[in-house]
Design a protein around this ligand. Structure first.
Ligand code: ADP
Ligand code: MG
Length: 468
């Protein structure tokens, strides 16, 4: 797939490079792009090998381990004669970004020189700070069983004059509100106690700043800038797993801040003890204060969040069944839940029609399909067996007594409804039965549902349990 240019000439290397970069940016997101990919400079091409330069060894390692495969694939997409991509270290490769527009926020040197005096307000300059999302406040955070502990801890930190526990380490899966809580702490302190200096940044950014400091041999200023802060919040600390020099620096910064009674708030995707590639002493240090986890959401919390978001979006006329439906269906994380709601609201606004359950199902077809695919036939068999009080083994057995044959048919029916498996595949999972047996089961259950409301209710209940 060679890119075309307007005149029909073949694209230049730099045009191809700019497309590759465009793709990388879309695929990995702005933050990763700016930190790791934008600084890459194109060297040239020779004998099917593209050379690229990065400013430091550390950066080379990082880019090699995370992005090299993708970069290679994208280059090959541009030009199939390219066989390999090599990444070399060239300290001179740093400098003004050449793709115009919003480049690296501030030229690196400006961020670190001249060395600011300790505590100077100017020292906490823009490049350190990741922007705060104005929606991520305590007011907008809906509290439920799964997050009440983390929420209470975050509030304590935000409201306490002295650090109540240090560090506060919050962990949990993707999209469950860790970043939201951190921003909420920052907003709270900013509005109630503007004198206190609060810094929020991702671990990736911390690392990036540190590398730049190394590159410009300005680590002193780097250290000072962090150590003159009252509250330091580092998000997604799992990113510095395996990066020894950054861990080392983080550890020292960490110790210095804790020793001076400055508050630290850290998040990760797992508990300190389980962080991979993390040095033992750093892991144990991270777990010193209070460790609070956020659990996966339950239905009530999801529904609460949807109500609150619908209100924020000024979309109060969405029928309650639609919100309930979403809360049932989209269980993985809150970000996806929000995304689904946004789509429905956007649709209603654009098309000027009110939202119904049917339109919702239509608009969200792709999302809903992705979610139902996760139900496995094994789960269905287990649930159905439990429900009818038979052994799971009877799902596979040849027994034909009604007491086991009927539940088996129900399970086949649900497998057809809730998974994307074909009839022969389903048959195989039920003790190697023929696809016509499955077809028969589906028809039979359909008939029974029509003639026996009690039975229909039973099947629907099972279905809902499985879907949630
Ligand atoms: P994480 O950092 O854990 O991956 P985020 O904090 O980015 O997750 O949350 C993802 C999205 O879900 C954000 O838009 C956030 O506002 C929203 N969200 C998460 N938890 C809640 C909650 N309890 N109440 C309201 N919104 C929430
Ligand atoms: Mg986050």
């Amino acid at each position: 797939m060679t890119g075309e240019s307007k005149q029909g000439r073949s694209p230049t290397l730099s045009e191809q490079w700019s497309r590759v970069r465009g793709r990388l940016r879309t695929e990995f997101g702005d933050a990763a792009y700016k930190s790791w990919l934008q600084p890459i400079r194109l060297g040239g091409v020779r004998d099917g090998e593209i050379t690229m330069n990065v400013p430091s060894r550390f950066m080379r390692e990082w880019v090699m381990s995370r992005y090299a495969d993708r970069i290679r694939a994208l280059w090959r997409g541009e030009d199939s004669s390219i066989r390999s991509v090599s990444i070399a270290v060239d300290p001179g490769a740093a400098g003004a970004a050449d793709d115009g527009g919003e480049a690296v926020a501030t030229p690196a040197r400006a961020a670190f020189t001249p060395t600011p005096p300790r505590g100077a307000a100017a020292s906490v300059s823009r490049p350190f700070v990741s922007a705060l999302d104005s929606r991520f406040t305590f007011d907008n955070f809906v509290v439920g069983k799964s997050n009440e502990f983390a929420h209470a801890a975050a509030r304590r930190v935000a409201e306490a004059a002295r650090e109540p526990f240090n560090p506060l380490f919050i962990y949990g899966g993707v999209g469950l509100g860790k970043t939201h809580l951190m921003h909420a702490i920052a907003w709270h302190i900013r509005t109630h106690d503007p004198e206190r200096r609060v810094i929020y940044l991702s671990a990736e950014k911390f690392m990036y700043q540190f590398i730049r400091a190394l590159r410009f041999q300005d680590t002193m200023a780097f250290k000072e800038q962090f150590r003159s802060i009252d509250v330091l919040m580092v998000d997604d600390v799992q990113f510095i797993g395996g990066k020894e020099s950054t861990q080392e620096e983080f550890f020292h910064t960490f110790n210095a801040l804790v020793d001076q009674n400055h508050q630290l708030v850290i998040t990760g995707d797992r508990s300190p003890a389980d962080l991979d590639g993390m040095e033992e002493r750093l892991r144990s240090r991270l777990g010193w204060g209070l460790v609070a986890d956020i659990h996966p959401t339950d239905y009530e919390l999801r529904l609460g969040i949807l109500h609150s978001k619908a209100e924020q979006l000024d979309a109060r006329d969405i029928p309650p069944q639609v919100l309930e439906f979403l809360a049932h269906k989209i269980t993985t994380n809150i970000r996806e839940l929000e995304g689904a709601l946004n789509r429905i609201v956007a649709y209603a606004t654009l098309v000027g029609r009110s939202v119904t359950l049917e339109t919702t199902q239509e608009i969200l077809q792709d999302v809903l399909r992705a979610h139902s695919r996760r139900i496995t036939i094994e789960e269905i068999q287990k649930r159905v067996a439990e429900h009818f009080n038979i052994r799971v083994a009877d799902m596979h057995s040849a027994r034909r007594a009604r007491a086991v044959a009927r539940p088996r048919q129900v399970a086949m029916y649900l497998a057809k409804q809730l998974t994307s498996r074909s009839l022969p595949e389903i048959g195989r999972k039920f003790g190697g039965r023929d696809h016509t047996t499955v077809m028969h089961a589906v028809r039979k259950v359909d008939q029974l549902r029509e003639s026996d409301p009690g039975f229909a209710e039973d099947v629907d209940l099972l279905r809902r349990m499985l879907e949630n």
